[in-house]
Ligand binder design. Structure first.
Ligand code: S3P
Length: 170
C-alpha cells in the first residue's frame, strides 16, 4: 500500500507503524533517496534542483512498486506531481491519502526542517502547495482519511479497517 499527502500529514510515522504491526517491508521514499544519494533532500534540491529530485523520486517509486514483496510506501508530498507516478501508484498498489487541514500541517512542519519547498512564510507556502495538489491527491487515492485530531496509531488503525484485504499483499 502507499500513503500520499502533504508534508506533515504523518505518512512516514503512520507507514512505519503499519508496516511494523503487519510485518511488512517499509519504504520511506525520501529516506530511500537520501540513502541512495548519500545526501539530504535539502542538499539534493540545492545542488541539483527540483527537477532532478523528481527524477530520483520517480525511479525510486518505480523500483519499489515493481517489487512483488508486500510493502508499505510513504511517498514524499510531491510524488503525485508526475502523471506517470500517479498512474503507477493506482495500478500497482492501494493508495490512501492522509488529508490534513493547513492548521494541522503548519503545526507539524517548520521551514528549514529538511523541507526545501517551505520558505519564509511556511503557512502561505503550505496553502499554495496544498491547493495546487488537492486534485492530484484525490485522483491518485483509492481512499482518503481526514487525519486532523488523530494520533498516528489511530490513523494506522483506520487504514487497517478500510484497506481491502486482497491488496494486503501489496
Ligand atoms: C516534498 C515533500 C517532502 C520531500 C521534498 C518535497 C513536496 O516529503 O519529498 O521536500 O514536494 O511536498 P514529505 O512529504 O515526506 O515531507
Amino acid at each position: 500500500m502507499a500513503l500520499i499527502g502533504m508534508m506533515g500529514s504523518g505518512k512516514s510515522t503512520v507507514g512505519f507503524w503499519l508496516a511494523q504491526s503487519e510485518g511488512l517491508r517499509f519504504v520511506d521514499l525520501d529516506a530511500a533517496i537520501e540513502e541512495r544519494q548519500g545526501r539530504s533532500i535539502q542538499e539534493i534540491f540545492q545542488n541539483d534542483g527540483e527537477a532532478r529530485f523528481r527524477d530520483m523520486e520517480q525511479s525510486e517509486l518505480a523500483e519499489c512498486l515493481t517489487s512483488e514483496q508486500p510493502l508499505v510506501v510513504s511517498c514524499g508530498g510531491g510524488a503525485v506531481l508526475r502523471a506517470g507516478n500517479r498512474a503507477l501508484l493506482r495500478q500497482r498498489t492501494w493508495v490512501c491519502w492522509l488529508r490534513a487541514s493547513i492548521e494541522t500541517l503548519s503545526k507539524r512542519v517548520r521551514s528549514g526542517d529538511n523541507r526545501p519547498l517551505l520558505g519564509e512564510d511556511p503557512v502561505a507556502d503550505l496553502i499554495q502547495i496544498s491547493d495546487a495538489r488537492a486534485a492530484l491527491y484525490a485522483e491518485t487515492a483509492h481512499r482518503v482519511i481526514d487525519i486532523d485530531g488523530l494520533e498516528a496509531n489511530q490513523v494506522a488503525e483506520r487504514i487497517r479497517l478500510i484497506r481491502p484485504q486482497q491488496t494486503a499483499a501489496r
